[in-house]
Ligand binder design. Structure first.
Ligand SMILES: [Zn+2]
Length: 384
């Protein structure tokens, strides 16, 4: 790949699936793929210090354009030194385009060809996003990767609505690419990824891959798969669309998901993931472990001296026992949410490390067979 300051190289490929390992080069360093990117919605991965992110194996993190635009505003972010400075994070950062937030939580006033107007969740004032504006906002935020502005139809949309939104996403992409180039393109230190839409319709997804990949971009994403569809539908969409994306560019599945979802998507050739699940679940006191999912507040853990996950090397599992973690969570101590977030992130990254290792040794399917069922189980204290 020839984009300056960015590159993607496939290292190993699975002989039975589309799974691959690779390195995505960015101005702030390399990302070993497949990789999971923690979400730092408002320029912070909630409750987790940057040094702990490094320690648990985070390579690249996300921030949300929608939230940063509303508060504190991209001009303030730029004045403060950009997202890397604000987040205390020297590694790669990606910003989403805000499309998902506008269309999923936005109180939309008007969608037209030019852009979309919505009510701010902060003060109720009307905000206008256009493809050009969203590229400009992301440039001011200063992440390594910016996402094109897309119209993300809800999971309940009719085929006709999905088709219209997908076509518009393609026209908006052209405008995003144009504005991105006017602002210096990749030379500026920021890459633009295009987003494939098309809902659950294979033909629309196929046409969207073609339209989006007609632009020579650093990477491509599959969007619109975390808007309330059935897991089986998501799996089918990804299975169909991911292998159609160029093999020499990183492929990013937006907003997915859980360790179980990773295996299916990676088997289809996906390299990058992001989701709020590890940190949001941690704040709700649910953890992913090598034996399944646990609710830490369960009374059965009251005097439990065991480690939350003996196979985990994180701070929560090596320095605290289950009973203590339960105490911190039931009393609402801040440290509870922090420790569980650290654990869940470590669990996600460790799963990715095991997947990368397995692909390099061509035993991805064996690892998938070993882990997938265990990962999706819910376990009670007496089942540990
Ligand atoms: Zn742990």
């Amino acid at each position: 790949m020839t984009h300056s300051r960015f590159g993607y190289q496939v290292l190993d490929s699975c002989s039975r699936t589309h799974a691959r390992t690779g390195v995505f080069e960015t101005p702030h360093g390399p990302v070993q793929t497949p990789a999971f990117m923690p979400v730092g919605t408002r320029a912070t991965v909630k409750g987790v210090l940057p040094r702990d992110l490094l320690e648990v194996g985070s390579q690249m993190v996300l921030a949300n354009t929608y939230h940063m635009h509303l508060r504190p505003g991209e001009d303030t972010v730029r004045e403060l030194g950009g997202l890397h400075t604000m987040m205390g994070w020297d590694g790669p950062i990606l910003t989403d385009s805000g499309g998902y937030q506008v269309f999923s939580m936005g109180d939309i006033c008007r969608i037209d060809e030019e852009g979309v107007s919505f009510k701010s969740i902060v003060d109720g004032g009307e905000v206008r996003f256009t493809p050009e504006r969203v590229v400009e906002i992301q440039r001011a935020l200063g992440a390594d990767v910016a996402m094109a502005f897309d119209q993300c139809p809800p999971g309940t949309a009719s085929r006709q609505e999905v088709e219209r939104a997908t076509d518009r996403t393609h026209r908006w992409l052209e405008r995003c690419v144009k504005r991105h180039r006017e602002l210096g393109g990749e030379e500026s230190g920021q890459a633009l990824f295009g987003i494939v839409q098309g809902g659950a319709h294979e033909d629309l997804r196929g046409a969207s891959v073609e339209a989006v990949c007609a632009h020579d971009l650093v990477g491509y994403a599959i969007g619109g798969v975390s808007v309330g569809e059935q897991p089986e539908l998501i799996r089918r969409v990804v299975e169909h669309s991911a292998p159609l994306l160029p093999a020499d560019r990183p492929r990013y599945l937006m907003g997915v998901g859980t360790p179980k979802d990773f295996f299916d998507a990676i088997a289809s050739g996906i390299d990058l993931f992001d989701c709020v699940t590890p940190t949001r679940n941690a704040r709700n006191h649910t953890v992913f472990t090598s034996r399944g999912r646990l609710n830490i507040r369960n009374r059965g853990f009251l005097e439990d001296q065991r480690s939350m996950d003996p196979e985990c090397d994180c701070m929560a599992c090596t320095r605290f026992n289950l009973g203590t973690l339960r105490h911190l969570c039931t009393t609402g101590e801040m440290l509870g949410g922090t420790l569980l977030s650290i654990h869940n992130l470590r669990f996600f990254h460790h799963t990715m490390e095991r997947i990368r290792q397995a692909i390099s040794e061509d035993r991805f399917e064996e690892l998938r067979g070993d882990l997938v069922e265990r990962l999706s189980r819910r376990v009670a204290p007496d089942e540990l």
